[in-house]
Ligand binder design. Structure first.
Ligand SMILES: C[S@@+](CC[C@H](N)C(=O)[O-])C[C@H]1O[C@@H](n2cnc3c(N)ncnc32)[C@H](O)[C@@H]1O
Length: 246
Protein backbone atom coordinates (compact mmCIF):
# COMPACT_ATOMS: atom_id res chain seq x y z
CA UNK A 1 0.00 0.00 0.00
CA UNK A 2 1.22 3.50 -0.83
CA UNK A 3 0.91 6.75 1.06
CA UNK A 4 1.13 10.04 -0.87
CA UNK A 5 2.51 13.10 0.92
CA UNK A 6 1.64 16.59 -0.33
CA UNK A 7 2.63 20.10 0.69
CA UNK A 8 -0.29 22.45 0.03
CA UNK A 9 -1.24 26.04 0.66
CA UNK A 10 -3.65 26.10 3.63
CA UNK A 11 -6.35 27.65 1.42
CA UNK A 12 -6.10 24.80 -1.11
CA UNK A 13 -6.83 22.22 1.60
CA UNK A 14 -10.44 23.41 2.05
CA UNK A 15 -10.98 23.26 -1.71
CA UNK A 16 -9.63 19.71 -1.90
CA UNK A 17 -11.71 18.51 1.05
CA UNK A 18 -14.83 19.86 -0.63
CA UNK A 19 -14.02 18.27 -4.00
CA UNK A 20 -12.39 14.94 -3.06
CA UNK A 21 -14.10 12.77 -0.49
CA UNK A 22 -10.89 10.70 -0.01
CA UNK A 23 -9.72 10.87 3.61
CA UNK A 24 -6.77 13.17 4.26
CA UNK A 25 -4.53 13.16 7.30
CA UNK A 26 -2.94 16.48 8.27
CA UNK A 27 0.65 15.72 9.36
CA UNK A 28 1.96 19.22 9.95
CA UNK A 29 0.95 22.88 9.66
CA UNK A 30 3.59 25.51 9.02
CA UNK A 31 3.08 29.19 8.09
CA UNK A 32 0.39 29.19 5.41
CA UNK A 33 1.08 25.58 4.36
CA UNK A 34 0.00 22.09 5.41
CA UNK A 35 1.63 18.72 4.91
CA UNK A 36 -1.01 16.05 4.30
CA UNK A 37 -1.01 12.31 3.66
CA UNK A 38 -3.54 10.38 1.64
CA UNK A 39 -3.86 6.80 0.44
CA UNK A 40 -5.21 7.68 -3.00
CA UNK A 41 -3.36 10.25 -5.14
CA UNK A 42 -4.93 13.70 -5.45
CA UNK A 43 -5.97 14.73 -8.95
CA UNK A 44 -3.58 17.10 -10.77
CA UNK A 45 -1.20 17.49 -7.79
CA UNK A 46 2.35 16.19 -7.46
CA UNK A 47 3.22 14.58 -4.11
CA UNK A 48 6.45 15.65 -2.39
CA UNK A 49 7.04 11.96 -1.70
CA UNK A 50 5.38 8.55 -1.96
CA UNK A 51 5.93 6.10 0.87
CA UNK A 52 5.44 2.36 1.02
CA UNK A 53 3.25 1.65 4.09
CA UNK A 54 4.27 -1.21 6.35
CA UNK A 55 1.78 -3.70 7.81
CA UNK A 56 2.57 -2.40 11.35
CA UNK A 57 1.58 1.08 10.31
CA UNK A 58 -1.66 -0.22 8.81
CA UNK A 59 -2.42 -2.17 12.01
CA UNK A 60 -1.68 0.94 14.09
CA UNK A 61 -4.10 2.97 11.98
CA UNK A 62 -6.79 0.29 12.18
CA UNK A 63 -6.55 0.25 15.99
CA UNK A 64 -8.12 3.74 16.14
CA UNK A 65 -11.74 2.69 15.84
CA UNK A 66 -14.49 5.20 16.43
CA UNK A 67 -15.05 6.07 20.11
CA UNK A 68 -18.60 6.82 21.20
CA UNK A 69 -19.25 9.16 24.13
CA UNK A 70 -22.84 10.27 24.68
CA UNK A 71 -24.08 11.36 21.25
CA UNK A 72 -20.55 12.05 19.97
CA UNK A 73 -18.56 9.74 17.73
CA UNK A 74 -14.84 10.49 17.75
CA UNK A 75 -12.77 9.11 14.91
CA UNK A 76 -9.48 9.69 13.14
CA UNK A 77 -9.58 11.66 9.87
CA UNK A 78 -8.79 8.64 7.67
CA UNK A 79 -12.17 7.02 8.50
CA UNK A 80 -15.04 8.00 6.21
CA UNK A 81 -18.29 8.63 8.09
CA UNK A 82 -21.56 7.54 6.48
CA UNK A 83 -24.86 8.67 7.94
CA UNK A 84 -27.86 6.35 7.54
CA UNK A 85 -31.17 7.27 9.09
CA UNK A 86 -32.55 3.90 10.23
CA UNK A 87 -35.98 3.63 8.63
CA UNK A 88 -38.08 1.08 6.83
CA UNK A 89 -35.59 0.50 4.00
CA UNK A 90 -32.99 -2.30 4.17
CA UNK A 91 -29.37 -1.19 4.44
CA UNK A 92 -28.00 -0.03 7.78
CA UNK A 93 -24.64 -1.68 7.10
CA UNK A 94 -25.14 -4.33 9.78
CA UNK A 95 -26.02 -7.19 7.44
CA UNK A 96 -23.15 -9.39 6.13
CA UNK A 97 -24.41 -9.10 2.52
CA UNK A 98 -24.07 -5.30 2.63
CA UNK A 99 -20.62 -5.49 4.26
CA UNK A 100 -19.37 -7.90 1.58
CA UNK A 101 -20.61 -5.57 -1.16
CA UNK A 102 -18.78 -2.64 0.45
CA UNK A 103 -15.52 -4.65 0.43
CA UNK A 104 -15.85 -5.47 -3.26
CA UNK A 105 -16.89 -1.92 -4.20
CA UNK A 106 -13.60 -0.76 -2.60
CA UNK A 107 -11.73 -3.37 -4.59
CA UNK A 108 -13.42 -2.97 -7.98
CA UNK A 109 -14.30 0.70 -8.28
CA UNK A 110 -11.91 2.93 -10.19
CA UNK A 111 -11.90 6.72 -9.79
CA UNK A 112 -14.62 8.45 -11.80
CA UNK A 113 -16.41 5.28 -12.97
CA UNK A 114 -20.20 5.07 -13.21
CA UNK A 115 -22.09 2.79 -10.81
CA UNK A 116 -25.56 1.24 -10.84
CA UNK A 117 -26.85 0.03 -7.45
CA UNK A 118 -29.69 -2.45 -8.07
CA UNK A 119 -31.96 -2.70 -5.01
CA UNK A 120 -30.49 0.36 -3.34
CA UNK A 121 -32.68 0.21 -0.18
CA UNK A 122 -31.38 2.95 2.13
CA UNK A 123 -28.89 3.98 -0.57
CA UNK A 124 -25.95 2.76 1.50
CA UNK A 125 -23.99 1.16 -1.37
CA UNK A 126 -24.57 4.16 -3.64
CA UNK A 127 -23.25 6.45 -0.91
CA UNK A 128 -20.21 4.22 -0.34
CA UNK A 129 -19.51 4.17 -4.10
CA UNK A 130 -19.75 7.94 -4.33
CA UNK A 131 -17.50 8.44 -1.29
CA UNK A 132 -15.03 5.95 -2.76
CA UNK A 133 -14.64 8.12 -5.86
CA UNK A 134 -17.39 7.05 -8.28
CA UNK A 135 -18.56 9.45 -10.98
CA UNK A 136 -22.25 9.07 -11.84
CA UNK A 137 -24.21 6.86 -9.40
CA UNK A 138 -27.75 5.60 -9.98
CA UNK A 139 -29.60 3.69 -7.24
CA UNK A 140 -32.78 1.87 -8.29
CA UNK A 141 -35.40 0.08 -6.22
CA UNK A 142 -38.97 -1.11 -6.71
CA UNK A 143 -39.96 0.12 -3.24
CA UNK A 144 -41.14 3.71 -2.85
CA UNK A 145 -40.04 3.70 0.78
CA UNK A 146 -36.51 2.72 -0.31
CA UNK A 147 -36.34 5.56 -2.84
CA UNK A 148 -37.48 8.09 -0.21
CA UNK A 149 -34.84 6.74 2.16
CA UNK A 150 -32.12 6.74 -0.54
CA UNK A 151 -32.80 10.42 -1.29
CA UNK A 152 -32.85 11.36 2.39
CA UNK A 153 -29.57 9.54 3.11
CA UNK A 154 -27.87 10.99 0.01
CA UNK A 155 -28.72 14.45 1.30
CA UNK A 156 -27.54 13.59 4.83
CA UNK A 157 -24.18 12.56 3.36
CA UNK A 158 -23.96 15.57 1.01
CA UNK A 159 -23.48 13.36 -2.05
CA UNK A 160 -25.14 13.60 -5.42
CA UNK A 161 -26.86 10.31 -6.29
CA UNK A 162 -29.83 9.66 -8.52
CA UNK A 163 -32.40 7.49 -6.67
CA UNK A 164 -34.99 6.11 -9.11
CA UNK A 165 -38.12 3.99 -8.62
CA UNK A 166 -37.32 1.31 -11.20
CA UNK A 167 -36.39 -2.30 -11.80
CA UNK A 168 -33.42 -3.39 -13.96
CA UNK A 169 -35.59 -3.74 -17.10
CA UNK A 170 -36.51 -0.03 -16.87
CA UNK A 171 -32.87 1.08 -17.11
CA UNK A 172 -31.58 1.89 -20.58
CA UNK A 173 -28.01 3.07 -19.86
CA UNK A 174 -25.01 0.89 -19.00
CA UNK A 175 -22.53 1.38 -16.15
CA UNK A 176 -18.87 0.55 -15.43
CA UNK A 177 -19.78 -1.21 -12.20
CA UNK A 178 -23.00 -2.79 -10.99
CA UNK A 179 -23.67 -3.77 -7.41
CA UNK A 180 -26.77 -5.87 -6.76
CA UNK A 181 -27.46 -7.03 -3.22
CA UNK A 182 -30.66 -9.01 -3.85
CA UNK A 183 -31.71 -12.64 -3.29
CA UNK A 184 -31.46 -15.81 -5.38
CA UNK A 185 -35.19 -15.84 -6.39
CA UNK A 186 -34.79 -12.24 -7.63
CA UNK A 187 -31.61 -13.13 -9.55
CA UNK A 188 -33.49 -16.03 -11.19
CA UNK A 189 -35.98 -13.48 -12.56
CA UNK A 190 -33.73 -10.48 -13.13
CA UNK A 191 -30.21 -11.66 -14.02
CA UNK A 192 -30.88 -11.42 -17.77
CA UNK A 193 -32.09 -7.85 -17.27
CA UNK A 194 -29.07 -6.93 -15.12
CA UNK A 195 -26.25 -8.37 -17.27
CA UNK A 196 -26.68 -5.95 -20.23
CA UNK A 197 -26.39 -3.01 -17.81
CA UNK A 198 -22.73 -3.52 -16.86
CA UNK A 199 -19.72 -2.69 -18.97
CA UNK A 200 -16.82 -3.88 -16.81
CA UNK A 201 -17.44 -5.34 -13.36
CA UNK A 202 -20.38 -6.58 -11.30
CA UNK A 203 -20.98 -7.52 -7.68
CA UNK A 204 -23.81 -9.92 -6.83
CA UNK A 205 -24.69 -10.47 -3.19
CA UNK A 206 -27.45 -11.99 -1.05
CA UNK A 207 -26.69 -15.66 -1.78
CA UNK A 208 -27.28 -17.81 1.29
CA UNK A 209 -25.33 -21.02 1.83
CA UNK A 210 -23.32 -23.06 -0.69
CA UNK A 211 -26.38 -24.44 -2.53
CA UNK A 212 -27.50 -20.93 -3.54
CA UNK A 213 -23.94 -19.98 -4.42
CA UNK A 214 -23.60 -23.07 -6.63
CA UNK A 215 -26.84 -22.34 -8.44
CA UNK A 216 -25.83 -18.73 -9.00
CA UNK A 217 -22.38 -19.67 -10.34
CA UNK A 218 -24.11 -22.06 -12.75
CA UNK A 219 -26.40 -19.24 -13.89
CA UNK A 220 -23.31 -17.10 -14.61
CA UNK A 221 -21.59 -19.94 -16.45
CA UNK A 222 -24.65 -20.50 -18.65
CA UNK A 223 -24.36 -16.84 -19.64
CA UNK A 224 -20.65 -17.10 -20.51
CA UNK A 225 -19.33 -15.49 -17.32
CA UNK A 226 -17.34 -16.66 -14.35
CA UNK A 227 -16.71 -15.31 -10.88
CA UNK A 228 -13.28 -13.94 -10.15
CA UNK A 229 -13.95 -13.17 -6.47
CA UNK A 230 -16.16 -15.01 -3.96
CA UNK A 231 -16.41 -13.57 -0.44
CA UNK A 232 -18.19 -15.23 2.48
CA UNK A 233 -19.45 -14.01 5.85
CA UNK A 234 -21.67 -16.09 8.17
CA UNK A 235 -22.86 -18.33 5.30
CA UNK A 236 -23.70 -15.35 3.07
CA UNK A 237 -21.85 -15.21 -0.25
CA UNK A 238 -20.96 -12.33 -2.53
CA UNK A 239 -19.72 -12.92 -6.08
CA UNK A 240 -17.55 -10.53 -8.07
CA UNK A 241 -17.27 -10.65 -11.83
CA UNK A 242 -14.24 -8.61 -12.79
CA UNK A 243 -12.94 -7.62 -16.21
CA UNK A 244 -11.14 -10.98 -16.30
CA UNK A 245 -14.25 -13.00 -15.43
CA UNK A 246 -16.46 -11.42 -18.06
C1 LIG B 1 -31.26 -6.83 0.54
S1 LIG B 1 -31.87 -5.24 0.16
C2 LIG B 1 -30.36 -4.39 -0.21
C3 LIG B 1 -30.30 -2.97 0.31
C4 LIG B 1 -28.95 -2.28 0.17
N1 LIG B 1 -28.53 -2.22 -1.21
C5 LIG B 1 -27.87 -3.02 0.97
O1 LIG B 1 -26.95 -3.57 0.36
O2 LIG B 1 -27.92 -3.01 2.21
C6 LIG B 1 -32.62 -5.53 -1.41
C7 LIG B 1 -33.39 -4.36 -2.01
O3 LIG B 1 -33.75 -4.74 -3.34
C8 LIG B 1 -35.03 -4.24 -3.64
N2 LIG B 1 -35.55 -5.05 -4.75
C9 LIG B 1 -36.17 -6.26 -4.72
N3 LIG B 1 -36.46 -6.69 -5.97
C10 LIG B 1 -36.00 -5.72 -6.82
C11 LIG B 1 -36.01 -5.57 -8.24
N4 LIG B 1 -36.54 -6.49 -9.05
N5 LIG B 1 -35.47 -4.44 -8.77
C12 LIG B 1 -34.96 -3.48 -7.97
N6 LIG B 1 -34.91 -3.56 -6.62
C13 LIG B 1 -35.43 -4.67 -6.06
C14 LIG B 1 -35.79 -4.35 -2.33
O4 LIG B 1 -36.87 -3.45 -2.31
C15 LIG B 1 -34.67 -4.01 -1.31
O5 LIG B 1 -34.69 -2.62 -1.01
Amino acid sequence: MKRFIYRLPELKLGEILAEEPAPLEVLKREDQEVIVATYTPLKDLKPIRVEEVSEDWQRWRESFGPVEVEEFVIMPPWKVPIFINPGMAFGTGLHPTTKLCIKLVREYLKEGESVLDVGTGSGILSIVAKKAGAGRVLGIDISEEAIRSCRENAELNCVSIECRLAGPSDVEESFDLIVANLELPIFRKELDNIIPLFKRRAIFSGLYRREELKEFLKMLEQRGMKADRILEDQDWFCVGVGDAGN
